[in-house]
Write a protein that binds this ligand. Sequence first.
Ligand SMILES: *Cc1c(COP(=O)(O)O)cnc(C)c1O
Length: 454
Amino acid sequence: MKEIPYKIYLEESEMPKAWYNLRADMKNKPAPLLDSKTLKPITAEELSKVFCDELVKQELDDTTPYFDIPQEIYDFYKMYRPSPLVRAYCLEERLQTPAKIYYKFEGNNTSGSHKLNSAIAQAYYAKKQGLKGVTTETGAGQWGTALSMACSYFELDCKVYMVKVSYEQKPFRREVMRTYGASVTPSPSMETAVGRKILEAHPGTTGSLGCAISEAVEVATQTEGYRYVLGSVLNQVLLHQTVIGLETKTALDKYDIKPDIIIGCAGGGSNLGGLISPFMGEKIRGEADYRIIGVEPASCPSFTRGTYAYDYCDTGMVCPLQKMYTLGSGFIPASTHSGGLRYHGMSSTLSQLYHDGLMDVVSVHQTEVFEAAQKFAKVEGILPAPESSHAIKVAIDEAMKCKETGEEKTIVFGLTGTGYFDMMAYEKFNDKKMQDYTPSDEELQAALKNLPKF
Ligand SMILES: *Cc1c(COP(=O)(O)O)cnc(C)c1O
């Protein structure tokens, strides 16, 4: 056995040349997107009013297993990839566990998260189509930051609708976006018809991703030369994020490491989907078996307490309907500190996999998540994002189970980003003022009333 280094780095030449489309291998394909008016599967033509043409193709393609990564995107990737797969020797030592823990670290770029992997791809396709700019929403600000960087690289205009609570809590994120040339508007705003409607119905609302999406879509579809881009949930985003899983697999294979458990946090499902895709592909094809665990916040439990149904992707009900685990498009989660995990729905691909029993999901509370984050930060030297720390929490739990049973399991988890812009959250935690939220059954029932009926 080769000695395993602390960091398994790949050569540039070992980076994947193509993204892997897991849907091509899925026996039960994710349900198609439906037009919200006709309730028929949406056509490429209709979707291309909202999204760039190449991205529409990727979105609707359930059969092509690989999509080549265009050279321009590949060259950008090379600035911050391949990302390291780290053996958490120090954490293992501190936990006194026989488990072997690895994490794939995606926080090594200025935007501080994995979101840049898809942002640069989406900006590239917009540029190639000759568009002037793109609009989007951002929750915690990571996606908006990543997209601003990507747009400035390709000299595209970038309009960001930022969930109001984050806009106020995270002024520094906002300034990073503006430094890269983006315009940032707190959502809901008075700039759009849908924003005005939401504000009238819920004055004083701190917003949600669902509201911000509606505003961004409205502006994109009503402004010449603009399209809308989304940082999670969609098939195309999962596809771009498979660069994470493909690199992870290459790094593990280099040292003949076979993971037993693969863990990722789940907001809309893009990093989890990207990390697990190559492994899930092997599992579906019967070539290997893995335990795959998604981790979601107990305050926004789309998988574990949601309903598997067609729902609106946004509060304003302007987007196509998607079949997914959902809490209802009107669900506004408590303003917890993991802004990136506050979406009411989930990727349709992951929803189908979960429905088919191919993966597990656990929900965790934010205070225990921050305890895990601190434990990790103290020995591994990285200050993790609150979202990423959901995966840390469950990785530590699994490692502690190994300590009880003496099993030497190999655990791999996705460390999606850094937490330098989340110091208000860490402050709450350090001052012991952090609270946990669990929505009541009544609250969840009420939000499901708005599910489309047909
Ligand atoms: C956005 C974000 C997430 C969650 O988004 P997914 O699409 O579910 O991956 C997780 N971690 C970080 C750091 C994020 O910025």
